[in-house]
Design a protein around this ligand. Structure first.
Ligand code: ADP
Ligand code: MG
Length: 225
């Protein structure tokens, strides 16, 4: 469903040019759960950003369900993402002046038919933040803030979730919880999940593992579960 063909991403030009991705091709299925690992600076975030249209490649094409999504305009990409993709980042990117409830519904509040209230209830319950809906981000722990960000990501009913080091700022208890939530949602909703992690134990939870090294991707075989 996502096919990346010969993706190259070069930042800058001339002497300062940096090749972050070097002729990468990948095929990602509708329900794949993929862990991306690799050293710092190897190109993991660039890969996620290019696959998800947050960034455009210097060369190559990203196809999503037969549609070339690399050459859409900025506005078309934003619209496309809102319909199909969700994001969870290391920094939670909550809006500090909005409460938890308002943060979660922010991307879907202008939908014609309104947002799915039943799904909202289900997600906030599963993420354990039902009691925090009227609180503001600064009143929450890091783990809670990331769970709010996850609720916001899930409420759009994404077909693909991109998570770039979602537990980079969390302790091990909360990290475990975040991966448990993301993976169980992806499995029970037949959604694709692509995440970056430094930690082997979380990488092992995926069905596929892609290692990025110097802008090249290599898939390693993980044990069939
Ligand atoms: N906006 C940018 N401008 C210039 N160089 C960048 C930019 N973003 C990333 N890079 C460079 O591209 C390479 C890959 O970065 P990144 O994808 O962020 O790696 P990772 O996520 O694996 O740590 C690094 O060498 C980094 O310095
Ligand atoms: Mg990164």
């Amino acid at each position: 469903m996502i096919t990346a063909k010969n993706i190259t991403k070069i930042y800058g030009a001339g002497k300062t040019a940096c090749t972050a991705l070097n002729d990468v091709s990948l095929t990602i299925g509708n329900t794949d759960i993929i862990a991306i690992t690799g050293q710092s600076g190897s190109g993991k975030s660039t890969l996620i950003n290019v696959l998800s249209t947050l960034d455009t490649p210097t060369d190559g094409t990203v196809i999503y369900n037969k549609k070339d999504i690399t050459r859409l305009s900025e506005n078309q990409r934003a619209e496309f993402r809102l319909k199909n993709f969700s994001f969870v980042f290391q920094d939670f990117y909550l809006v500090s002046t909005l409460n938890v409830h308002e943060n979660i519904i922010l991307p879907v509040q202008y939908k014609e038919k309104g947002y799915d209230k039943e799904l909202f209830e289900k997600i906030v319950t599963e993420c354990g933040i039902k009691d925090k809906l009227l609180n503001y981000p600064h009143e929450l722990s890091g783990g809670e803030q990331q769970r709010v960000a996850i609720c916001r990501a899930l409420l759009i009913k994404p077909k693909v979730i991109f998570a770039d080091e979602p537990t980079g700022n969390l302790d091990s208890f909360n990290s475990g919880k975040v991966f448990e939530l993301l993976i169980s949602y992806a499995k029970s909703n037949s959604c694709c999940l692509i995440y970056v992690t430094h930690e082997e134990k979380y990488a092992l939870l995926a069905d596929r593992r892609i290692i990025v090294s110097d802008g090249k991707c290599e898939e390693i075989t993980v044990n069939e579960k």
